[in-house]
Design a protein around this ligand. Sequence first.
Ligand code: AQP
Length: 326
Amino acid sequence: TPRVFSGIQPSGGLTLGNYLGAMKRFVTMQDAGTHETVYCMVDLHAITAKLLDPAELRDNTRELCAGFIAAGIDPEKSILFNQSQVPEHTQLAWIFNCVARMGWMGRMTQWKDKAGKNAEAASLGLFAYPALMAADILIYHATHVPVGDDQKQHLELTRDIAAKFNHDYGVAFFPITEPVIEGAATRVMNLQDGTKKMSKSDPSDKTRINLTDSADAIARKIRKAKTDPDPLPEAAADLEGRPDARNLVNIYAALADTTPQQVLDQHAGALFGHFKVALADIAVDKLAPISTEMARLKNDPAEIDRTFGSRGRTRPRDRRPDPEPD
Ligand code: AQP
């Protein structure tokens, strides 16, 4: 069976970008039943930028777990677990540290963005992050990895690592994994600047919708989102050069499970003042059940622990997928 693997960091908070670019698509792949689906809370990745207090990391992991459950990940259909619970991830990552080349890692745009000008002070873990990510995926011989567009380069590196390992050892051991980057919202943009990615670490809360936002907050952020004065065009191609406008249309399309063109077929000619009301309606409609369920689980962390094991450990080791090759 083809096997899907993907992960999300418990770095605190989940955005509409994480939901549309990742979680919602994880649920679709789970429910399609065509793949084995393995999803991971990658806690070891969450300490690469800054070491988190263990209690904070545990809380973040519970919150992320609640997000997965609220979004529709079903522990009967998918495997959901904590990365640090399965030591083989870091064991294989070490081998991949020896396979990957410094030059490959240094070209990663996420490394350049996150380390910034002060690479000397960044952690070695931040630099090696993509090799651990490759290990997360390849330890399960995953064939497909649904991710947002920002992870495309890391997936290419995963393929390069698998290919070099296979070549150097003369065996077709690891699969050459396919990234699955599709749909209208593979890159949800910042609500105040449509040229930047919506991100949980942006200092301004107005730039993103959090999965825990109230209906009022969602509506307000959409109302205040940056747009331009022109009406919605007839053709999706005419959104080119209008990043803020395009972002809102893409978000609508992803929430409504349709295409940007179909959204425009309905709303061409409308001014953004009107379109934002419709967008807020659908956003609240789709996100309210998720935030309600997350809030309920937050008040009952014991339920998360009962479902997925204790201390934010979410899957007993005996139920993890077999990391041995088929
Ligand atoms: N804006 C986005 N649009 C579409 N997909 C997105 N993803 C993240 N942001 C967007 C996808 O969510 C998955 C998990 O991401 P992550 O938790 O590993 O962290 P990230 O990509 O670093 O997310 P953030 O919000 O941008 O965190 P910070 O601010 O810490 O950098 C991935 O599949 C990702 O593509």
